[in-house]
Design a protein around this ligand. Structure first.
Ligand SMILES: Nc1ncnc2c1ncn2[C@@H]1O[C@H](COP(=O)(O)OP(=O)(O)O)[C@@H](O)[C@H]1O
Ligand SMILES: O=C(CO)[C@@H](O)[C@H](O)COP(=O)(O)O
Length: 494
């Protein structure tokens, strides 16, 4: 299995690729044997997220520094001769707005996917064209997370910065440009901007005009599949200690890369759902079916299939915060019983309640701290699984693949099993996004299909846990509180 780093240089592969996962909390770089998919080493570096209230920002220069640190750590750990590295790709947190000057320097910190200050701009964009129209044109109704909403926020709140902006990038294509000098993104991450039409595979000129942005300010969208964005420049090669000129794949958003790592898509599994438990809770599947739900974003996968996805703002960080407030270890939890906790500490996107805060309901004299923590897990999981029910899938009983940092936690796994009533697969590797990026890199290096490569590598394989009876009483209690509280959660306290 490809999950354990190899420390023995004597088994060094002839060719290796590097997959980078630049997510909300950290960068992870995986060095992978191109022939077998064996994970040789992983390097890590943390990110800083700042902001009070609805603001969430990070410095793109820190992502670039973190990428260099993580790659250096992974290479050192692998013991590999860097000359053996034949390709690299970056997958990144989606939607973030990176604004650059003409020299490619960030003009301000990036506005992240979970920054909810752009909620009024999202609502105004939706009202301007109508939600149905947006769904038909981009696959998604604008919410605060979408890049176009963030750009509108910038134009209204920091017009001087917007006017000085020469280029707008997403987190992953900002980093790919640092590697190649080329402004190239991919259909998957482009479909999270609300400027891109997956049907025509191009930016929609009317949507660009509506938000006062020019196509030449955005990255070019690469074709699907094993697409190269370019080659590693001499400067980037020096910064990373890698050979100059190796192919750099177009990369993608983190969720799309996880799909590749799991072997989802036309060349692999279709209609099999995945739940990712990280800062965001996401649920998605590669499918040929068109989604039609306000709870979902109609993203594109990297291989030409669709990747409809539901995303919550409050998952592992929110539940960890509740554990901290209660003075409990995150595993010191039991089912919530009568208690219902909606852990919407950062506002919420699914359902679309950007001004929401956390809500505790059903508290009694005999409620324990462990039940309150269990209720937080239940609230976070129900929000994600409700979006699962909206996915247009042809394999209704397919097992649920569970990934992301939270999948390492027993309470997360058991809560998902209990509330979904589905069999769950826990992939052996904890680094599906980086492995998916590595498959994209190997595709760019060899010309092979990345999903087929990941399937061959077996990176998505893991332990299967059988289905348990669904806890419909808890499901009904949480969804009932959620539906009745939603009108109150639409606004902040007066
Ligand atoms: N053993 C564990 N049990 C439960 N949760 C864990 C464990 N290890 C890490 N996590 C959670 O994983 C999260 C980070 O997951 P990750 O998928 O890397 O996040 P992101 O992609 O948002 O940066 C942390 O917020 C932490 O709560
Ligand atoms: O906004 C979305 C998906 O639409 C998020 O899933 C981001 O892509 C961030 O992911 P994590 O860093 O939480 O994994």
């Amino acid at each position: 299995m490809p999950s354990r780093p190899a420390r023995n240089p004597a088994t060094a592969p002839v060719s290796a690729v590097i997959g980078v996962d630049s997510s909300t909390q950290s960068t992870k770089a995986a060095v992978v044997d191109t022939a077998t998919g064996r994970l040789l080493a992983v390097g890590r570096a943390p990110h800083t997220v700042t902001g009070q209230g609805g603001a969430r920002e990070s410095d793109p220069e820190q992502w670039w520094q973190a990428l260099r640190t993580a790659v250096a750590a992974a290479l050192a750990e692998s013991g590999l001769d860097p000359a053996a590295v034949t390709g690299i790709a970056v997958a990144g947190q989606q939607h973030g707005l990176v604004t650059l000057d003409a020299e490619g320097r960030p003009l301000r910190p990036a506005l992240l996917w979970n920054d909810t200050r752009s909620a009024p701009q999202a609502a105004a964009l939706t009202a301007a064209l109508g939600g149905e129209n947006w769904l038909n044109r981009t696959g998604s109704v604008p919410v605060a997370s979408m890049t176009a909403s963030k750009w509108q926020w910038l134009r209204e709140n920091e017009p001087a910065t917007a006017a000085a902006t020469a280029a707008v990038r997403l987190p992953h294509d900002f980093l790919t440009e640092r590697l190649t000098g080329a402004a190239v993104t991919d259909p998957g991450d482009a479909s999270g901007t609300c400027w891109y039409d997956p049907a025509t595979q191009g930016y929609d000129p009317e949507l660009l005009a509506l938000t006062g942005i020019r196509a030449d300010m955005l990255s070019t969208v690469a074709a699907t599949g094993a697409t190269r964005a370019g080659h590693l420049t001499a400067d980037a090669a020096r910064a990373l200690g890698l050979p100059a000129g190796i192919p750099v794949a177009a990369g993608t958003g983190d969720n799309m890369a996880a799909a590749v790592g799991l072997g989802l898509g036309a060349e692999g599994l279709l209609d099999h759902p995945v739940v990712s438990l990280g800062t965001s809770g996401t649920v998605f599947a590669a499918t040929r079916n068109r989604p039609h739900s306000a709870l979902l974003a109609g993203f594109a996968a990297t291989d030409g299939t669709r990747l409809p996805l539901g995303c919550t703002l409050n998952c592992t960080l929110a539940v960890d915060k509740v554990a901290e407030l209660l003075g409990l270890d995150r595993e010191d939890a039991v089912p919530g019983g009568e208690a219902v906790l909606l852990p919407f500490l950062d506002g919420e996107r699914t359902p679309d309640l950007p001004a929401a805060s956390g809500l505790l309901h059903g508290l009694r004299h005999d409620t324990t701290r462990q039940q309150i923590l269990g209720a937080a897990y239940e609230g976070a999981v129900v929000a994600v699984l409700r979006a699962l029910e909206e996915l247009p899938l042809d394999a209704p009983d397919a097992p649920l693949r569970l990934i992301g940092g939270g999948a390492k936690g027993t309470m997360w796994v058991e809560t998902v099993r209990r509330l979904s009533g589905r069999a769950v697969i826990l992939p052996d590797s904890g680094e599906l996004v980086a492995l998916g990026a590595a498959a994209l890199a190997a595709g760019a290096a060899t010309g092979r299909d990345p999903v087929a490569l990941a399937t061959e590598w077996g990176t998505g394989e893991g332990r299967k846990l059988p289905a348990v009876p669904r806890d419909t009483a808890t499901w009904d209690r949480v969804t009932s509180v959620l539906d009745r509280a939603a009108p109150a959660l639409l606004t902040t306290h007066p």
